[in-house]
Write a protein that binds this ligand. Structure first.
Ligand code: COI
Length: 353
């Protein structure tokens, strides 16, 4: 499909790389593509970043038929632009489409659309190590209708913006509250999709955890509230003795791309990695026995985020003296090294623009 391009006549001022936060500044252009049952996906275009005309009857507003993705573009020292495993994001977008009754997009076309948009706004990619251009593809229902059924029309949009660290802590360990009152998802629900609704479901717990001084919550399974699931903005890993454990993808956990890459790297380094069910009690018992060496999260926005403290119903444990541990550090250095082109890409994860 051809992508029509309308360039902005009023380029915005770009922020400096220093002190960039996450998700507040957006680049000059956006990508749009429409879906109708008659034409399929059509009318692909890049336009100046601007507000979308949405009628109050738009189905997404009422019933939340909306999904998204997140990936990043990195500027290398020789000014090349690297994308990290973009086809994986489009594959996962399509998995979310299937669960949410949204028509899938062609995988190659999805990657092409990302590349075309990033190429037009390549000057928006900040250059400092640790900063990047965050890319947010999303699809939402476009029918003006308030009966409950899947929409017939959709809009596929991509926006981008320069970002720094997702957590204000940066690479320093975050404090996480283990959530035992609210649940995020159950098997058979939306948990493994990147559905906007999952994030809406997480807000109440996040607000209450923040009030107690915690950065995020660690979700447990929605039925027994016993098994560890994920953090919502990242998947979670535990280094227990010489085993690296991460919860298995049982159907209610997001299949993270940084999660998958971390598992591949750890295995290539000879670590014993187990994707299995793990109870929160096992984590706390491992700590009591001195076996819990590290806890960290993985995600596109979060990269590798060490966890320095866990609070389970008032029992607080400090992990690795609240410092980043060797496994988290090696993963962080290697993944970011590959992303910024400082370490050879042995796995073929990078696509250059
Ligand atoms: C990402 O890591 O890209 C995410 O989508 C998490 C988040 C900021 C919602």
């Amino acid at each position: 499909m051809k992508i029509l391009v309308e360039k902005t006549k009023e380029p915005k001022k770009k922020p400096s790389s220093e002190g960039l936060s996450f998700g507040t500044v957006f680049s000059d252009h956006m990508f749009l593509c429409d879906y109708s049952p008659e034409k399929g996906w059509h009318n692909a275009r890049i336009t100046p970043y601007r507000a979308l005309p949405i009628p109050p009857s738009n189905m997404t507003i009422h019933y939340g038929q909306s999904i998204f993705e997140g990936l990043k573009a990195y500027k290398t020292e020789d000014k090349k632009v690297n994308l990290f495993r973009p086809a994986e994001n489009i594959k996962r977008l399509n998995a979310s489409c299937r669960r949410m009754c949204i028509p899938e997009i062609d995988e190659k076309f999805g990657v092409e659309a990302i590349k075309a948009l990033v190429d037009i706004d390549r000057d928006w990619i900040p250059e400092e190590y640790g900063t990047s251009l965050y890319i947010r593809p999303f699809i939402f229902a476009a029918d003006p209708y308030i009966g409950v059924r899947p929409s017939e029309t959709y809009l596929f949009v991509i926006i981008t913006g320069p970002v720094g660290a997702y957590y204000k802590e940066g690479i320093n360990p975050v404090k996480i509250f283990v959530e035992t009152k609210y649940v995020r998802a159950v098997v058979g629900g939306l948990g493994e999709s990147k559905a906007s609704a999952n994030y809406a479901a997480s807000l109440k717990a996040q607000v209450e955890a923040k009030e107690k001084g915690y950065t995020q919550v660690l979700w447990l399974d929605g039925i027994e509230k016993k098994y560890v699931e994920e953090v919502g903005t990242m998947n979670v890993f535990f280094v227990i003795g010489d085993e690296v454990v991460t919860p298995a993808l049982t159907g209610s956990i997001l299949p993270g791309i940084t999660r998958k890459s971390s598992i591949e790297l750890l295995k290539s380094w000879g670590y014993k990695v187990s994707e299995r069910r793990i109870t929160i009690d096992e984590v706390f018992e491992a700590h009591d026995k001195g076996m819990l060496k590290e806890v960290f999260g993985t995600g596109t926005a979060a990269v590798i985020s060490p966890v320095g403290e866990l609070n389970l119903d008032g029992k607080v444990i400090t992990i690795n003296n609240g410092e980043i541990g060797p496994v988290s550090k090696r993963l962080y250095d290697t993944i970011t090294g590959i992303q910024y082109g400082r370490i050879p890409d042995k796995f073929g994860w990078i696509e250059q623009i």
